[in-house]
Design a protein around this ligand. Structure first.
Ligand code: NDP
Length: 296
């Protein structure tokens, strides 16, 4: 069977695309690697989603998933390993099978970056985490470090300050990428300390238990946990042979969100653009789908 459209990734962009496609009568299949909602499942509080003053990431993810189900959209939990093109058709190989579509929309988002230090991969889940919402409670009344100076680092530090004894924000410069509102809020919380101009140069552990981190090769900071929020990179490895990615792995698309390969679209955090927000990701998904509908 040949689908009109296969959507890869069920974050906000992918779900928006799916809802509009189904309602327009397209024969659509969605493929998701982990769980519907994507990255927002790991955000504790979202305050800039227009129309909903404040909502937790998992609640918003649940609402999006509910909308997918209400519209009876077909989806499978499978991950795409490769995309091949034969004539006009796109052939997707997943970990479980093969699917064919006239069009695909890639909405696979971004994955958290790592510091790439020795021990880091080994200690993931044993003191090191990229999700305060998931793992924060493991560090109740303990000391933790949050690495990064962006909105994620600052908002997750605020969340952790309600659980942990102390939270250190380790920022590699003396400037913050986080918005002023978050920076001011952090500065008003007693158990958060910001350490500027500091780079984590090593992670120190005994018997697979994190004990401390070393800053700038000199200072040891005793912590039980370390949360890394240093940005993310696009999840596009499965398309690396298609010549539609820039040097950092972001998909290059036009105003209709179509790549230079006809019928391959990219939306949300996976594409090269200026503004990465949930609302703009949803916009991308809708515009791409409308473009596919217009071509019918
Ligand atoms: P950002 O890319 O915005 O920030 C990454 C931070 O990590 C920067 O401070 C950067 O420092 C630092 N960093 C990068 N690499 C390293 C490294 N190797 N070692 C130490 N520090 C490093 O990512 P975020 O995840 O914070 O935000 C992503 C997007 O999500 C943004 O658009 C943000 O606005 C949005 N967001 C919005 C929220 C909201 O509720 N409004 C909540 C969370 C995210 P430097 O500045 O020096 O490069």
């Amino acid at each position: 069977m040949v689908y009109d459209l296969i959507i890869i990734g069920l974050g906000p962009a992918g779900i928006a695309a799916a809802v509009y496609a189904k309602r327009a009568g397209l024969n659509v299949l969605c493929l998701e690697k982990v769980m519907p909602g994507g990255y927002i499942n790991y955000i504790n509080s979202i305050s800039n989603y227009i129309g909903i003053p404040t909502i937790s990431g998992p609640d918003l993810a649940f609402n999006l998933f509910k909308q997918l189900k209400e519209n009876e959209i077909e989806y499978k939990i499978e991950y795409v390993e490769k995309v091949n093109i034969k004539d006009e058709q796109k052939i997707l190989t997943t970990n479980k099978g093969e699917y064919v579509a006239k069009n695909i929309i890639v909405a696979t988002g971004k994955r958290p970056k790592r510091l790439n230090l020795e021990n880091e991969a080994q200690l993931l889940g044993k003191g090191i985490s990229t999700c305060a919402l998931c793992d924060g409670n493991l560090f109740k009344d303990k000391d933790v470090a949050v690495i990064g100076g962006g909105d994620s680092a600052f908002s997750e530090a605020i969340y952790l300050s309600n659980i942990c004894k102390s939270v250190y924000i380790i920022n590699r410069s003396d400037k913050y990428r986080a918005i002023k509102e978050l920076v001011d809020k952090v500065k008003g919380i007693n158990n958060i300390k910001i350490i500027n101009n500091a780079i984590v140069t090593s992670i120190n552990a005994t018997d697979d238990k994190l004990e401390s981190i070393t800053l700038n090769d000199i200072d040891r900071l005793s912590v039980d946990g370390m949360f890394t929020y240093i940005g993310s990179s696009p999840a596009t490895e499965f398309m690396k042979d298609l010549d539609i990615l820039d040097e950092n792995g972001f998909m290059l698309v036009n105003d209709s969100y179509e790549s230079k390969i006809s019928g391959i679209y990219g939306v949300g955090d996976v594409i090269k653009k200026n503004i990465y927000q949930i609302c703009t990701a949803i916009n991308d998904g809708i515009v791409a789908t409308m473009s596919i509908i217009d071509k019918r």
